[in-house]
Design a protein. Structure first.
Length: 80
């Protein structure tokens, strides 16, 4: 959600370790204490949403960063 410009080097490394390289990029991770801890350190720079489905058999939800912005083709179809 937010640029990493101005973050401390540790916070910047945490954002990169989460797999985020660009603003509004979406990544999915398993809901583990490690990932939750990483998110809690940069909560002001990222957004977290529960994934669409849980991993088969585990019953654990997936954590993702943000919803994917609509592509140009999807927006034009929605207007029609």
């Amino acid at each position: 959600m937010k640029s990493i410009i101005g973050l401390s080097p540790k916070q910047e490394a945490t954002v990169h370790a989460l797999g985020l390289r660009h603003i509004r990029q979406v990544v999915e991770h398993d809901d583990t204490p490690t990932i939750r801890g990483m998110i809690s350190h940069v909560v002001f720079a990222v957004a977290v949403e529960e994934g669409q489905g849980a991993e088969a058999g585990t019953g654990e939800p997936k954590a993702s960063r943000a919803s994917r912005p609509k592509k140009k083709a999807e927006r034009s179809e929605a207007k029609s």
